[in-house]
Design a protein. Structure first.
Length: 104
């Protein structure tokens, strides 16, 4: 269920001082998104604080970030207005490939 090929980023990511802003297109709709510094750092193998380093980390994890954004968009439904924000907790929630499955 990977719709990322159908939902490419349509803007260049940009740092606003506290998060990286980017847009994606989903089902013909432009969706404004943002990922916090903390979420980026959690996804990265290293801590980064300069805007250029954060944008580089965004580029390296872009596919995963877009997958998280689409999942949040879908979970919130068509009534989404404003920016889809990705926080560190969202990144923690999106690590099933790392965690062992529970014994159900």
């Amino acid at each position: 269920m990977n719709d990322i090929q159908q939902t490419p980023s349509v803007s260049r990511p940009r740092w606003d001082g506290s998060r990286v802003l980017f847009d994606i297109e989903h089902d013909g709709r432009l969706v404004a998104c943002a990922i916090s510094r903390g979420a980026l750092q959690d996804m990265s193998a290293h801590r980064c604080f300069k805007a250029a380093d954060l944008l580089k980390s965004f580029g390296e994890a872009r596919t995963r970030i877009e997958e998280i954004a689409i999942a949040k968009f879908r979970a919130d439904g068509e009534g989404v207005s404003g920016v889809i924000n990705i926080w560190a907790d969202d990144v923690d929630d999106e690590t099933p490939e790392v965690s062992a499955p529970s014994g159900n």
